[in-house]
Structure formats: C-alpha cells, structure tokens
Design a protein around this ligand. Structure first.
Ligand code: ZN
Length: 282
C-alpha cells in the first residue's frame, strides 16, 4: 500500500470514527413538562344550537398552558380576564368567570412572567389573550396573518377591550411564522398552523415522554361533537369556514400519524379530568 493511500485511509477512518458517537447513539427525548392552568369558565353565547346537536354541557373551560423544555419555556394562551381585575372571591365579566390569576399560578410553580421565553397564542380572541400584555417581554411566536389581523395598518378608532389587552405585543421581539414551526428544533414542541377560526389560528403539538404526544386544540374545535358530526360547525361563521375545514382535516391526519391525543381546550368535561398545575404531565 502506498504511503499516500495509507494517509488517506487514516484520514477517512478518523472522520468515520469521529462521526460514530453522533450517528449511533440514540437521541434521548428531551424532558418536557406540560402544566395546565385554570383560567376560568365561559358561558356559551348561543347554547340552543349546541343543545340541538347533542352537546349536553355548553359551558366552556378557559385554559392556559406552560411548556417547560430544557432550552426554555413556552406559555400557550393567557386567559379571558386580566389578572389585575380578578378579585379574591372571583370575577365575572360578560360571559366569563375567573377565580385564579395566571400570574399566581405561574408563581406557585416558581415562574415570573419575565421567566417565560416564548409566548404563543392559539389566536387573538379575547378568551385567549387577556393577559398577553404581561408577557410582552417574551419572544412572541405568531403567524404572519394573525399579527396582521391584530395590528392592522389602519388601527381602529376605538380599539376593543381585547385589542387593548394584547396591544403591548406590537413591540415584542417577534418570530413571524408562515406555517408549522418546531419551537426548540428537536420535534418536542411544534406549532401547527390551523387557520380558519382566525387568519393565523394555530395549535400546539407537545411530545411528552410518558404521556405521549398531546395536541392543544386552540379553538379549532370547541366541543368533541364537532369532530364526530362533520356538519356541526357552530363557530365556522366567525372565520373562514373553508380554511377551517382544511385545518380540521390536517389535524385529524396529524393525530392519526402521531397517535396523539387532542385536548380540546374549551371541553370542560375533558378538562375536569385532567391534572392542573402544580401537577404536570411529562
Ligand atoms: Zn376560545
């Protein structure tokens, strides 16, 4: 064997050996925790159409979630009434009643708003964005179309209550999304674009090592009956019904592919069975 060939083989072998630990060692899934916060209850604005289709409990849960990943934290949704308005005995505003502050529930597990790395809202509606301003210091993960709807070029003369409650996000450090987004780059926490209910509505896939994959629905669905009765779309008129139908088809395919469990955020019956913070899923 020529000297030159021997040197080349040595170089080749050192590269292969150098790569081996990376290519052969199985990647341990990151330890991700998912906390559920109690952000109150919302009465249906139009219960009759729901009762007609067999929905027995039309009240809706209002939730927020904290994902804790080794690389940072992600808060998903922020409740229906701002913390500053919550009285010790509970506060009712229009159809919503809230007893616990989001800030208090975060503090109970050791987090201040300034500890939250990423904020993502399923969408901008008032029952998901009430405390958004408290997290304006986080990096905001938002679909381009949703941000455009929230901050139109010509701002309304009299901004609604809900617009005032997320107004500070306008100046947040922002990652503008145009579809699905792998938050930590390892597949453990993935934003799933599910437009329709709002222009940039999104859902969240969280791969938990013990619990298995879970998807937080946002408002893609409000009640389980919307999954079984395909013609039951009580909220379609609020947004773009064709986009919503396509997003539902995308979601059902994803759930099947990942063997994931869908947590319908407003499903108060399913929610009542789940562990709330300070307990968590992992
Ligand atoms: Zn909602």
């Amino acid at each position: 064997m020529s000297k030159r060939l021997t040197v080349m083989m040595k170089i080749f072998l050192s590269i292969v050996v150098g790569l081996l630990p990376w290519s052969s060692a199985p990647q341990a899934p990151p330890a991700v925790k998912l906390y559920i916060f109690d952000c109150g209850m919302l009465k249906s604005g139009n219960p009759d159409v729901l009762l007609d289709r067999g929905v027995t409990t039309t009240d809706m849960s209002v939730t927020a979630y904290l994902v804790v990943h080794p690389q940072g934290t992600l808060l998903w949704d922020t409740g229906v009434i701002p913390d500053d308005l919550i009285q010790p005995g509970g506060t009712t505003e229009a159809r919503a009643t809230v007893h616990k502050t989001l800030r208090g529930q975060l503090a109970e597990i050791g987090y201040r708003p300034s500890d939250i790395t990423y904020l993502a809202l399923s969408h901008n509606h008032y029952d998901h964005s009430a405390n958004a301003n408290s997290f304006a210091g986080s990096t905001w993960l938002v679909q381009k179309a949703e941000r455009a709807a929230m901050f139109p070029d010509t701002p309304p003369q009299n901004p609604s209550n809900s617009a005032a409650r997320f107004s500070a996000l306008k100046n947040s450090k922002t990652v503008l999304l145009n579809g699905d987004y792998d938050v930590f780059g390892d597949g453990s926490v993935v934003i799933i674009a599910t437009p329709g209910h709002t222009p940039g509505h999104q859902s969240l896939l969280v791969n938990l090592s013990k619990t298995g994959p879970v998807v937080l629905s946002g408002d893609l669905y409000h009640y389980p009956a919307e999954r079984t009765l395909k013609d039951f779309t009580p909220f379609a008129a609020l947004g773009n019904s064709e986009l919503e139908a396509a997003s539902k088809a995308k979601m059902e395919a994803l759930l099947k592919e990942k063997k994931a469990t869908l947590w319908i955020q407003h499903d108060i019956i399913a929610y009542s069975q789940l562990k709330k913070s300070p307990a968590f899923y992992d």
